[in-house]
Design a binder for this molecule. Structure first.
Ligand code: 13P
Length: 251
């Protein structure tokens, strides 16, 4: 298997510019010899400062969302061109917090994915079931549906530019991690959904991360699983030492 692991931090609505500078100044030297790809997704207001500090390092810059329109009357939104101009490489799309609090649907996720790809931004597409869905035995159905929805109309050649993050909603910020086996199994289900859409080679090549209370302690066990190609890290990405430990678990 030749998938390069990818560890991404999702800072969410944390860190002012001043805090961004402090955290990155501490973090960048700690991860400079990493054996995986590293991305830090920061709030829009921190993008410029983060980019400056990341220049010449092995850490790539990500944003936390992107709008689907090129421009126009969408107060509070940010376009793919705006992110591209600031040399953003990756963008999180369809995070469960967006789905839960901001009305994101599979359809809007798909539109954002298309907009990102059209400007050569690499989407990190989030999928994952809620606790109620899990308890009613619908996990597979939900992640398959979200995967299909996100990839609707996306050409096979784009797959190399896309990362999927499996984030069970009940595991986000709760300290409750999916067991490594459960995470691995559901990621295998997502991979199978990609196979159905694009064939075996594409499914083998696409990177699928786990996210949800991944931390310095459980990263080794999760990363040891054959289907888990990295992590999308919330809380633990706000502490340089913890995030660096997770990075070192990805080999
Ligand atoms: P936590 O790592 O804080 O659970 O957040 C995960 C997440 O939502 C990353 O996108």
């Amino acid at each position: 298997m030749s998938r390069l692991p990818i560890i991404a931090g999702n800072w969410k609505m944390n860190n002012t510019v001043k805090e961004t500078k402090a955290l990155l100044t501490e973090l960048l030297p700690l991860v400079k010899d990493a054996a995986c790809e590293i991305v830090i997704c920061v709030p829009y207001t921190s993008i410029a400062a983060a980019k400056k500090l990341m220049r010449g390092t092995n850490v790539k810059l990500g944003a936390e969302n992107v709008h689907w329109a090129e421009k126009g009357a969408f107060t509070g939104e940010i376009s793919a061109d705006m992110l591209k101009e600031l040399k953003v490489a990756y963008v999180i799309i369809g995070h469960s917090e967006r789905r839960q609090y901001f009305g994101e649907t599979d359809e809007t996720v798909n539109k954002r994915v298309k907009a990102a790809l059209s400007r050569k931004l690499k989407p990190i597409i989030c999928v994952g079931e809620t606790l109620a869905e899990r308890e009613s035995g619908r996990t597979d159905e939900v992640v398959i549906g979200q995967t299909k929805g996100a990839f609707d109309g996306i050409a096979k050649r784009e797959l190399k530019n896309i990362v999927i993050a499996y984030e069970p909603v009940w595991a986000i910020g709760t300290g409750r991690t999916a067991t490594a086996d459960d995470a691995d199994n559901t990621i295998a289900v997502i991979r199978k959904a990609v196979k159905k859409l694009y064939g075996s080679a594409a499914a083998e090549d696409i990177r699928i991360q786990y996210g949800g209370s991944m931390n310095a302690k459980n990263a080794d066990e999760l990363m040891a699983k054959p289907n888990i190609d990295g992590g999308l890290i919330g809380g633990a990405s706000l502490k340089a030492v913890d995030f660096a430990k997770i990075v070192s678990a990805a080999k």
